[in-house]
Design a binder for this molecule. Structure first.
Ligand code: ADP
Length: 239
């Protein structure tokens, strides 16, 4: 398998606090990998460094052979990394289609007008919002807002999709729908790194899991093995 993302000795300090300490792991092309760990273990900080929100204190973030550590978020987006946020970010006063078209206008090969409208409709179909582009973004249910946020992330045609607790807050029925949607993205070849607390989703979606605790990596391997690892169980019990 070809490595798409290689994290090498990544470190982030906030003043005297080392939030991420010497973390290394890889994600292969087409893989869906979970980044796990109890609260405060440094997962979001890793995602923030990969997407460019924070510059690492040291270490490398190599995407398809190129070190992107410390680049600005828009440059990293143009290199092919898209993300969703823990709290859904939408443009509430616009229609569903306009929300996706706004994302299309910001990608490197900007799409406008009819082309953008057609592409937005296609993306909405892909996330289960086909034919609903005219609706007001504010009127969407929570799961539908999440679908739209995913369509906005996919608008960039990313090589790597970062999902930060995208499934959190969904009811059991919606959770099943959400898992199916991410599964279908994976089946179509998307490479996905996800932070997730819902273990049912991790087991269903991720072939591999990386676990952090207090800023360091404590496990990395096939999901079933990692979740049965005593060191991982102890870390979670202390949460
Ligand atoms: P997780 O996502 O695993 O819950 P975080 O990456 O959010 O963990 O946090 C790891 C540590 O870094 C925590 O101790 C947190 O308080 C600290 N931290 C995160 N972001 C900042 C920040 N912007 N400034 C200072 N400390 C931060």
């Amino acid at each position: 398998m070809t490595t798409l993302l290689k994290i090498q000795n990544l470190k982030k300090q906030f003043g005297g606090l080392t939030a991420v300490n010497d973390v290394s792991f890889s994600v292969a092309e087409g893989e869906t990998v979970a980044l796990l760990g109890p609260n405060g273990s440094g997962k979001t900080t890793v995602i923030n460094m990969i997407s460019g929100a924070f510059a690492p204190t040291s270490g490398r973030i190599v995407l398809a052979g190129e070190n992107i550590a410390g680049l600005a978020p828009n440059r990293i987006a143009h290199k092919g990394i898209a993300r969703t946020f823990q709290l859904v970010r939408i443009l509430p006063s616009l229609s569903v289609a306009e929300n996706v078209m706004a994302a299309l206008a910001f990608r490197p090969n900007h799409l406008w007008g009819t082309e953008a409208r057609d592409r937005a409709e296609h993306l909405l179909l892909e996330v289960g919002l086909g034919g609903r582009g005219h609706e007001h973004a504010n009127d969407l249910t929570y799961i539908d807002q999440k679908r739209m946020e995913l369509a906005r992330a996919l608008a960039a045609e990313p090589r790597l999709l970062l999902l930060d607790e995208w499934l959190s807050g969904l009811n059991p029925t919606e959770l099943g729908v959400g898992i199916d949607l991410i599964t279908s993205l994976g089946q179509r070849g998307m490479t996905i790194l996800l932070v997730e607390h819902i273990m049912e989703a991790v087991r269903a979606l991720c072939s591999r899991a990386v676990v952090m605790n207090v800023g360091t990596k404590i496990a990395d391997g096939p999901t079933a093995d990692v979740l049965a690892d005593p060191a991982v169980i102890v870390a979670y019990l202390g949460d």
